[in-house]
Write a new protein. Sequence first.
Length: 55
Amino acid sequence: MTKNELQKFDNFQANNQNRQLDFKQSNLNDLFNQFIVFIDASPNTIRTYRTSLKQ
């Protein structure tokens, strides 16, 4: 992992340390967006993931 990826992971963990996963629709969108930011996805990847998850 690069230093930038490690920093993103640390920030992600710190932001979610006290939160439990809640699989309500509104929270699923939030979790998806956090994941996309974490992996630094391209627009095509985001579109593919979104389409796959809807199926």
